[in-house]
Design a protein around this ligand. Structure first.
Ligand code: G4P
Ligand code: NA
Ligand code: NA
Length: 194
């Protein structure tokens, strides 16, 4: 997605060889018109898959997921990382290990929002080692629903998540794939978009 790549080049910062800062439009301040375009791009790719629900993870997955839900006309569920005052019965949980924080966190959804008949599209802001996506897949598995695909805003293609998920047979569609962040320079994967 050209608009997204240009935004990453203009406003993103390679904080290190592995971390991209995009707080101008995705992780802190949010650019609504870019999010709308992201929703359109995911709709174009995942249209005609019979998707009935979108599942994401709070907090940065919510904006792109909601715009995609608006385009596809389906509800969006965000898995929670913290316990909720009102949400405490009928929970499904999964553990997500974070390499950057070197800790495991429990994520949860209420089981009533996804049923075995659902076709679920998973959306997230970043794909690095794939731990968050694996946690979301584990939640869907417990509901016995099907996974229609995985939509990622920014994939760090030099980390293993994308390969692991594609090898496992999932249709992973990333709107921008970063080849390298070395020496403060952001470079994208060349060739055909997957
Ligand atoms: P993993 O899921 O692939 O294993 O990655 P990791 O545990 O390292 O990611 C932890 C958090 O950092 C996640 O957000 C993830 O989206 C984000 N993240 C991973 N790599 C990058 C990166 O290069 N740049 C940015 N900006 N974020 C990255 P989170 O803690 O769940 O935060 P949020 O969703 O509340 O924003
Ligand atoms: Na994040
Ligand atoms: Na995230």
């Amino acid at each position: 997605m050209e608009l997204l790549k240009q935004k990453i080049l203009d406003e993103g910062t390679a904080l290190s060889d592995t971390v991209l800062k995009v707080d101008h439009f995705l992780n802190h301040q949010i650019d609504p018109s870019l999010m709308k375009e992201i929703g359109t791009a995911f709709k174009e790719y995942f249209d005609d898959r019979g998707i009935t629900k979108i599942l994401t993870l709070e907090s940065s997955g919510i904006a792109p997921a909601v715009m995609t839900g608006l385009e596809l006309g389906v509800p969006v569920i965000f898995a929670r990382k913290r316990q909720s005052l009102t949400l405490n019965e009928g929970l499904l949980t999964a553990d997500v290990f974070s390499y950057t924080k070197n800790e495991s966190n429990t994520i949860a959804i209420a089981e009533k929002f996804i049923s075995p008949e659902d076709e679920v599209l998973i959306i997230d802001d970043f794909l690095a080692n794939g731990e968050a996506a694996k946690g979301l897949l584990e939640l869907v598995e417990q509901t016995e629903a099907s996974v229609a695909g995985i939509g990622i805003v920014i994939e760090k293609a030099f980390q293993e998540g994308g390969e692991v998920l594609r090898t496992a047979g999932y249709d992973v569609h990333s709107l921008a794939r970063i080849a390298s962040l070395a020496e403060g320079e952001i470079t994208f994967m060349s060739g055909v978009e997957v």
